[in-house]
Design a binder for this molecule. Structure first.
Ligand code: BEZ
Length: 251
């Protein structure tokens, strides 16, 4: 009997090790994992149903909680900003569809920040068996085994994960940051530039290469108006040449 118990314990432990090591967070550059689920907008297959839009998948710990409520209302407030950027939103938690529908209806009645009521157009995904949450690494077991942390996956038009963020239960996210992130990602995709710290749309950008040689500058002196350096490692491109400063210092 002792031996049977020991074998059983060893098997349970081994299973635990296997499932823990199988539990991976999808990383930047990887294909967004696919799933089908029931949502407040009907059944969806993510990310496929959103075609070649960009997508943001957000998780949150629980319906009808204050921080999550404020997050959903801020997200709904920015829906049109995301639409303009070609971004579709989807939100998941381990609550079921009945609770999701009740919570959505409740939120849509609120006058948050005196902005009036707002319609929540994006789907709230039910995930009571945590299938989606596990697939995207949104359950952080040390924190909770049944409530998601605040996860954010930004996914591009080719369904590649471009940004991964996790926030703790206690801290509500800045939804404007995800608008900024998409603007930066789409800009750096459209031309070979990077964005410096605290970049906001319209700010100068970093060029990750020496923008011109001495010969090129001689041939086209206007290049010095378009690019400037801070020290000799950081080269910037002026977005608006009429307002930007020029600092071609050679350190
Ligand atoms: C909140 O979003 O306010 C919250 C979520 C989970 C536990 C406690 C608070």
């Amino acid at each position: 009997m002792k031996q049977v118990m020991f074998t059983l314990m060893a098997m349970i432990l081994a299973l635990g090790v296997v499932s823990a090591s199988d539990y991976k967070i999808p990383l930047i550059g990887s294909k967004a994992p696919k799933f089908s689920a029931n949502t407040t907008n009907g059944k969806i297959t993510f990310p496929n149903d959103f075609g070649n839009s960009w997508k943001i998948l957000l998780s949150h710990p629980a319906d009808f909680t204050p921080v999550c409520s404020s997050e959903l209302l801020e997200l709904a407030h920015l829906q049109n900003e995301f639409k303009k950027l070609g971004v579709e939103l989807a939100v998941v938690s381990t609550d079921d569809i009945v609770l999701h529908k009740m919570w959505k209806a409740h939120l849509e009645e609120l006058n948050y920040k005196q902005r009036g009521t707002v319609h929540i157009g994006f789907p709230l995904i039910e995930d009571p068996d945590a299938k989606v949450s596990r697939l995207y690494g949104m359950l952080h077991d040390e924190e909770s085994t049944d409530r998601d942390v605040r996860g954010v996956f930004i996914i591009d038009d080719k369904n590649i994960i471009r940004s991964v963020n996790f926030y703790p239960v206690e801290v509500g996210r800045n939804m404007n940051e995800f608008v900024r992130m998409v603007e930066a990602l789409q800009l750096t995709e459209s031309k070979f530039v990077y964005t410096p710290a605290n970049w906001q749309k319209g700010d100068d950008v970093i060029v990750p290469y020496l923008p011109y040689s001495t010969e090129e500058l001689e041939a086209d002196p206007k290049l010095a108006d378009r690019y400037y350096s801070v020290g000799n490692r950081m080269w910037f491109e002026q977005v608006d040449a009429s307002t930007a400063k020029v600092d071609n210092d050679e350190e």
